[in-house]
Design a protein around this ligand. Sequence first.
Ligand code: ASP
Length: 334
Amino acid sequence: MKKILMIGTGGTIASEATASGLAPELTPKQLLQFVPKIAELCKVDCIPLFNVDSTNMTPAHWIGLVRCLRDNYDSYDGFVISHGTDTMAYTAAALSYMVSGSKKPVILTGAQKPIGFETTDSKVNLLDAFTCASSDGMCGVNIVFNGRVILGTRARKTRSKSFAAFSSINYPYIATLQDGVLMQYITPESRPAPEWSDTLNTNVGLVKLIPGMDLELLRFMLERKDALIIEAFGVGGLPSYSDDKFLETIIDAISRGKVIIMTTQVQNEGSDLAVYNVGHRLKGWRNVLEAYDMTTEAALAKIMCILGKTSDPDEIKKLFYEPVAHDILYHCGD
Ligand code: ASP
């Protein structure tokens, strides 16, 4: 029997009703008692690492998770992390870069309804997660949810209430599960040993453009942040309005070593700055990168990891465009 480590972090799956709303209360051991079938699949040890609503997860928690995985990596065949759904896609993306190339599966799961509720997705998600964590063909960081297996770099929460909470963005589901049977279509890449990384530069910001956006907001963010992700419209670009101050502000920021990542607020199909003049004029500047088909969650986690290692513009660019766990497919040879 495979040996799986379950790491509890909280979330709805572990929540109970309190006078002030749902709050995480249950330990991983208590969660397992609701799904006795898991004991027939594998041998499980548990670590109750955190017990938080994932709204409260921070990069410090990601580092805690990475250290826990690293300390226990050699003793187990796979890992299940129970996690709140709200920021699960961010954690999955972060772990994809911080535990890169793991040949052992690291499976995140959670639920939209607590495990103690009469109608709940907790039990099936937990069983599916353990099925994946103990499967021979599965590797790397993935989210298992509602019968789907999604690469950690490609997941996004796209529904706030229904059981089909997660989608795989710009990449196929790597597997599906039906009545406990795993059907795997894609085997994620892995290496003999994962590359561990627990140094992040978390001084990264995100702004979403709105029509008529206040330039001061961009300046404010660029003063404070080492890197800024800009979610532009459509395939991407920067407003020129009447005075072209946005571009001037960006050029001033990059000349001071700031990093800009242009992406799109459109969920599917990614950015392509080369298409329109408003985007094209950003191409070729040092320290202006483009996320293409990456999710914002992945772009954010990747740049935090990269800036934790280097501030050299050539190295930043090389590492950003180097695919990790199929996070980026398309780029026009930037
Ligand atoms: N607020 C909860 C959390 O992210 C939602 C959930 O788990 O579904 O922890």
